[in-house]
Design a protein around this ligand. Structure first.
Ligand code: PEP
Length: 251
């Protein structure tokens, strides 16, 4: 059966010392009170090598927020999937709406990134989701279907290694959350596309996370949906009490 996962996305927040302190505090809190789901923290690149040794790997997985679409070489400022994996990180967020919007990441670029992540044994947390105008025009299904093209080129075996995150862009960092019904409806649609492409078994085993202003007060209702297998958490991942409150929605 698929896993329930709560993954934090720190984005461009916390300097190294603050990041180490946050990871230590979270590790202490979850060691004292074990989670009923998988927990992942995705940190800026520079934190990875410091954070991976201080968290209990059996409780908290560590991931990057991006990786390069090239193997290695003259790509100044880029960080490869191999480099991410060499820090002990096990996950990488790919296709976040902020990367798509501000850094012009196309489906073709994302397809390369996903393949390189998998080739380096990283689990991609692949994000999809529509912007407000698309939701208002009732185009959310078409949008997520076309974004899935970057991962629907994978073999069934490789697709089984990825995690999906549905994140309506209008709900990210805005305080607006999709209702539990809106989340369930589109998660079920995404799963139906996986059924069509890869069959029931793969679809049943794919974790689909919800992201967008998820907080302790709405996590339980969102995660109670049969097709919502946890959350990708931005702002609320920066405070242990809030992040743990969301993790505890699975208790
Ligand atoms: C995100 O950036 O992935 C996210 C879901 O952010 P927030 O929880 O702050 O809306």
């Amino acid at each position: 059966m698929r896993k329930n996962i709560v993954a934090g996305n720190w984005k461009m927040n916390k300097n190294l010392q603050e990041g180490i302190a946050l990871a230590k505090e979270l590790n202490e809190a979850l060691t004292a009170d074990k989670p009923n789901c998988d927990v992942v923290i995705c940190t800026p690149f520079i934190h990875l090598a410091s954070v991976t040794p201080i968290v209990d790997k059996s409780i908290i997985g560590v991931g990057a927020e991006n990786c390069a679409d090239k193997v290695s070489g003259a790509y100044t400022g880029e960080v490869s999937a191999e480099m991410v994996a060499s820090t002990g990180a096990e996950y990488v967020i790919l296709g976040h709406s902020e990367r798509r919007a501000y850094y012009h990441e196309t489906e073709a670029i994302l397809e390369e990134k996903v393949k390189l992540a998998l080739a380096n044994n990283l689990t991609p947390i692949f994000c999809i989701g529509e912007v407000l105008e698309e939701r208002e025009a009732n185009k959310q299904n078409e949008v997520v279907e076309s974004q899935l093209s970057s991962v629907f080129s994978l073999s069934s075996e490789d697709f089984s290694k990825i995690v999906l995150a549905y994140e309506p862009v209008w709900a990210i960092g805005t305080g607006k959350t999709a209702t539990a019904d809106q989340a369930q409806e589109i998660h079920a649609f995404i799963r139906s596309l996986i059924v069509k492409k890869y069959g029931n078994e793969v679809a049943d085993n794919t974790s689909i996370l919800y992201g967008g202003s998820c907080k302790p007060s709405n996590a339980k209702e969102l995660f109670a949906n049969p097709d919502v297998d946890g959350g990708l958490i931005g702002g609320a991942a920066l405070k242990v009490a809030d992040f743990k409150g969301i993790i505890d929605a699975f208790k």
